[in-house]
Design a protein around this ligand. Structure first.
Ligand SMILES: Cc1cc2nc3c(=O)[nH]c(=O)nc-3n(C[C@H](O)[C@H](O)[C@H](O)COP(=O)(O)OP(=O)(O)OC[C@H]3O[C@@H](n4cnc5c(N)ncnc54)[C@H](O)[C@@H]3O)c2cc1C
Ligand SMILES: *[C@@H]1O[C@H](CO)[C@@H](O)[C@H](O)[C@H]1NC(C)=O
Length: 411
């Protein structure tokens, strides 16, 4: 068992890693270090992420949750399940109002002046969104103030590998090696590397799939930003969503919804996030079409505007959409993996780290919640499960190689 003064290394300063750093420091662990290959927190890519339910970065603007008139049955089913779940909660139920047609949607939000043909669903005034970039930056400052040390950037923060030693009782993690070649010892390594987990923990095999969805922005004028102040998170399950533009940048952030993109290594069958962010800096054509449809239905004056700050955002997906937060078996409790955020991990930012401190203090080193336990990877050679059956996803998962934009011709 780790003691409060033992060195603990966290690989990754994203939502899972930062939350854990803060909870460890608050519980009195005094030698906690976070390593991240990015040179600032939040990393550039993360600031593009939209997140719900988290104060003080939370904005309770409401959640207009619908399907368009052309939505497939699966999307309607998901919508109804979300709605039933909101209505089961006695605190939330009074805030839920039905949206039966586009006129109701316009009543709920006068700024939406598009046709919203066939839209129906509900408005939940209890919901809203959290500003993920600001929240990460705030918790980064709080963790630093609580004594957590940070090693950032490609030279000092990028972790090349976990270093193991062989003991009588089996293999054990002894620490990490950073890209600059230095070894850093620790009693416990916590891997919270997001979509980068597969390179550090190959034992996961195909249980975790690096997958991406796109994000794009429309740059608004001061007046347009001001006019959209306070709009609810507007979500058509079959198209995508947007929310209040950021008054600091005048950017309206949008995410199309679909099956996502993977990047499978043909040799191993495992999908990894591309090494460089540059390869993800585009918006696939089909997603652009979908976002323009969403704008034409809701905010038609913006439907033909150029999209800026386009990128694919990578996350760690599992076939059942459940997290994996557990010790790696056979390593004498020396390494914990926090993975499988499955594209819905940020909402847990305030508490996900406490699941790790609870695990460290519980007798018998095992994740108490069965669905978050380590899962044995499927046998090699079998086709991976890309989560296509996950109930809340609409659309097919595609290979990144198949949708890359054509390279600019030199001629
Ligand atoms: C388009 C999109 C929309 C989303 N919407 C929502 C939503 O509405 N609600 C919600 O709850 N969630 C949402 N998510 C998911 C949410 O963003 C993730 O669940 C969350 O960010 C996962 O946190 P993490 O710490 O596991 O990974 P990350 O936040 O990705 O952090 C991993 C960190 O590890 C670092 N790293 C990786 N490899 C190494 C290495 N070898 N050495 C050093 N550092 C390394 C990376 O630089 C990164 O900082 C969305 C995701 C996307 C892509
Ligand atoms: C933390 O642990 C490292 C590695 O064992 C050690 O070198 C360092 O002195 C420790 N720092 C503190 C503040 O205890």
């Amino acid at each position: 068992m780790v003691s409060k003064s033992d060195p603990i290394i966290i690989v990754g300063g994203g939502a899972f890693g930062l939350s854990t750093a803060l909870h460890l420091a608050q519980k009195g662990y005094t030698n906690v270090s976070v390593y991240d290959k990015d040179d600032h927190i939040p990393p550039a890519a993360i600031s593009a992420w939209k997140t719900p339910l988290f104060a003080p970065y939370f904005h309770q603007t409401g959640f207009l949750h619908c399907v368009s008139g052309e939505a497939p049955e699966k999307a309607v089913g998901t919508l109804n399940r979300f709605r039933a779940s909101a209505e089961r909660n006695s605190q939330i139920k009074p805030h839920v109002v039905p949206i039966q047609h586009s006129e109701d949607a316009r009543q709920a939000c006068w700024q939406l002046d598009g046709p919203m043909a066939g839209w129906h669903g509900y408005l939940n005034r209890f919901d809203g969104y959290a500003h993920s970039g600001a929240a990460l930056a705030g918790v980064y400052r709080a963790a630093q103030a609580a004594g957590v040390r940070f090693f950032l950037g490609e030279r000092n923060g990028a972790v090349e590998e976990i270093v193991y030693v062989s003991k009588l009782e089996g293999k054990k993690a002894a620490g990490i090696r950073t890209k600059n070649g230095r070894f850093h010892p620790s009693s416990l390594v916590i891997v919270a590397a997001g979509a980068g987990v597969g390179r550090l923990v190959p034992q996961l095999g195909q249980t975790v799939v690096a997958k991406s969805w796109s994000v794009a922005h429309v740059h608004l004028s001061d007046e347009e930003t001001s006019a959209l102040r306070g709009i609810p998170v507007t979500y058509a399950r079959d198209l995508g969503f947007f929310f209040e533009p950021d008054p600091k940048t005048n950017l309206l952030k949008m995410c199309p919804m679909g099956g996502g993109y993977i990047n499978t290594d043909p040799k191993t069958g495992v999908s990894h996030a591309p090494e460089s962010l540059k390869e993800s800096a585009f918006l696939p054509q089909e997603d652009e079409t979908q976002l323009r449809k969403l704008l034409a239905q809701t905010l038609p004056s913006l439907a033909d505007r150029p999209f800026v700050q386009k990128s694919l955002c990578w996350f760690a997906d599992t076939s059942d959409s459940d997290f994996i937060i557990d010790y790696i078996p056979g390593m004498s409790d020396s390494i914990i993996v926090m993975s499988g955020d499955s594209g819905h991990g940020f909402k847990m930012f305030p508490i996900v780290g406490s699941w790790v401190t609870d695990m460290l203090e519980a007798p018998g080193a095992q994740q108490p919640v069965a669905r978050w336990r380590w899962k044995q990877p499927p046998s090699q050679g079998k086709k991976g499960d890309w989560g296509g059956d996950v109930s809340w996803r609409v659309g097919e998962t595609k290979e990144l190689a198949a949708i890359l934009p054509p390279k600019a011709s030199k001629l």
